[in-house]
Ligand binder design. Structure first.
Ligand SMILES: Cc1cc2nc3c(=O)[nH]c(=O)nc-3n(C[C@H](O)[C@H](O)[C@H](O)COP(=O)(O)OP(=O)(O)OC[C@H]3O[C@@H](n4cnc5c(N)ncnc54)[C@H](O)[C@@H]3O)c2cc1C
Length: 469
């Protein structure tokens, strides 16, 4: 059926209607208001370190999943400064950047390499606890571990992270090969055979030679340890410390302020596989020491007497387990920390001065840690060609910590100490250079790999004495 032909008046009405439609159409096609702006990408989440002392708002936070992605990122953003972050457990502002913050959390895993020497290839973002677990499944272990095992492998070696043991060097000494992506996005490989000078520099790099993507690590057969923890008067502990360090695989002690006592911790190889794990008492001790400070801090003699009465009766404690389950522990209470590594022969004399300085401040309650570390050859290793004692002093994260850097730092420096790169210190290039025989070599290599200083932030410019371009 055909529709009826429109009349003249009908035609005019139709024309008006179609004209109105034509006018209305653009309005139907596009809304009357201004075009919607393109969605802005969400601001990257700010970053904060473990103790809460440092924060940063990088323009870009990247989590590459492969070495190729790391290289692409560096090439795609040539104008952005870059810093890497591991677990954020450093106390010094090594990580903060306003540019690109790169985390290798997605690059995790361990491959045991075939061959006569036990070696493992470890992805740089792998947390130490994961390294230990995966090695354990292959009946292998890391030779050395620090107090905690939450750090990433690359983050741990970048600052010279260490454990304790007069014959045991820091973790980076077991790194026999590295792969890193430079500021230009090039991949470099180094080992004891290939570019050995780069390996010596990159073992402890403070993250400023490039993004480390993987490390080849010398490992050992899995082993069982026996741990003994005991309380001893401070004078006796100091008198016996050198001998205990020679006697045990791992020996360290904690000085407990305003108590007249120390806690010794020794680990030695043990036969068998039996497990004895008493509940950890560290947090209880810390809480008790803080309470004692809060209630009796203004009467040091009474504080010392009460603490002495309790500690004298504390029995020694024994534990047995796989090495990695005993060597590292948990630290739920947040703190800030300084640590210096002293020539071994200077350690105990320096400790006496530090103790006197700390006991002139009634507010101090955190235990001080004293450890032993064997030398190695990495250019910026704080143990470079120097058997060392380490003195670590802590302050609760919610309490002042300035005296760690000023008063305590001054004593540690006077005894020839080199600061832990990841722990609070106030040293700048002019003070650091004389402490490191290969300082100039490191600076030249850094400048050749990264002439624009992409991998430097404000803190590192001061450490290396590099002025902004
Ligand atoms: C509770 C606690 C206990 C600790 N115990 C010990 C101890 O027993 N012994 C000891 O020596 N230290 C100890 N530390 C210090 C800690 O081991 C070091 O500061 C370590 O560097 C932290 O590792 P991370 O993965 O958190 O690295 P981050 O702090 O995140 O970074 C450290 C450095 O590594 C660089 N980095 C990270 N990933 C890469 C990468 N892929 N490529 C290149 N550079 C990279 C960063 O840029 C930065 O310069 C402790 C710290 C805390 C908070």
């Amino acid at each position: 059926m055909t529709p009826p032909a429109p009349t003249d008046s009908g035609r005019r009405a139709l024309l008006r209607a179609s004209a109105a439609c034509a006018l209305a159409l653009p309005a139907l096609r596009a809304p009357a208001q201004a075009p919607a702006p393109a969605p802005t990408p969400p601001a990257p989440t700010p970053w904060r370190n473990w103790s809460g002392l440092h924060s940063a708002s990088p323009r870009l936070r990247a989590t590459p999943g492969s070495e190729a992605e790391v290289a692409a990122l560096l090439r795609e953003h040539p104008a952005l400064p870059v810093r890497c972050v591991g677990a954020g457990h450093s106390f010094t502002p090594l990580v903060p950047t306003e540019g690109m913050l790169v985390s290798l959390d997605r690059m995790s895993g361990v491959t045991v390499l075939p061959g006569s020497e036990p070696l493992a290839r470890v992805q740089a973002g792998t947390r130490l606890s994961v390294v230990s677990r995966q090695l354990d499944q292959a009946n292998l272990a890391l030779r050395v571990l620090p107090d905690i095992d939450l750090q990433s492998l690359a983050g741990a070696i970048a600052t010279g992270t260490h454990g304790t043991g007069a014959t045991l060097p820091a973790m980076h000494a077991d790194v026999v090969g590295l792969r890193l992506v430079t500021a230009r996005g090039e991949v470099l490989e180094c080992s004891e055979q290939q570019r050995p000078e780069l390996l010596a520099a990159a073992r402890v790099s403070l993250g400023c030679l490039g993004v480390v993507t993987q490390a080849t690590v010398r490992v050992v057969d899995a082993f069982q340890l026996r741990r003994r923890v005991w309380i001893e008067p401070t004078e006796a502990m100091l008198a016996n410390a050198e001998q205990l360090a020679r006697q045990h695989r791992n020996f360290e002690f904690y000085w407990l302020p305003f108590t007249g006592h120390c806690a010794g911790i020794a680990h030695d190889p043990a036969p068998g596989t039996d497990v004895l794990m008493p509940p950890a008492a560290d947090e209880d001790v810390l809480r008790d020491l803080r309470r004692l400070r809060d209630t009796l801090g203004h009467v040091p003699a009474l504080r010392r007497w009460v603490a002495g009465q309790i500690l004298r009766r504390t029995p020694a404690e024994e534990a047995r387990n796989r090495s990695w389950r005993l060597l590292s522990t948990h630290r739920p209470t947040r703190f800030n920390e300084t640590e210096y590594h002293l020539p071994r022969e200077a350690g105990l004399a320096c400790l006496r001065e530090v103790i006197a300085a700390l006991e002139s401040r009634n507010e101090v309650f955190f235990p001080l840690e004293f450890r032993f570390v064997a030398p190695d050859d990495a250019w910026l290793s704080p143990f470079h060609q120097q058997p060392s004692c380490s003195i670590a002093v802590h302050a609760a994260a919610d309490e002042p910590h300035g005296y760690l850097v000023d008063a305590i730092g001054a004593i540690l420096r006077r005894h020839g100490g080199r600061p832990h790169w990841g722990k609070l210190h106030g040293l700048r290039a002019a003070q650091l250079a004389p402490l490191y025989p290969r300082w100039k070599d490191f600076l030249e290599l850094r400048a050749s790999l990264d002439p624009q200083g992409r991998f430097l932030n404000a803190h590192l410019r001061e450490v290396f004495g590099v002025t902004p371009a």
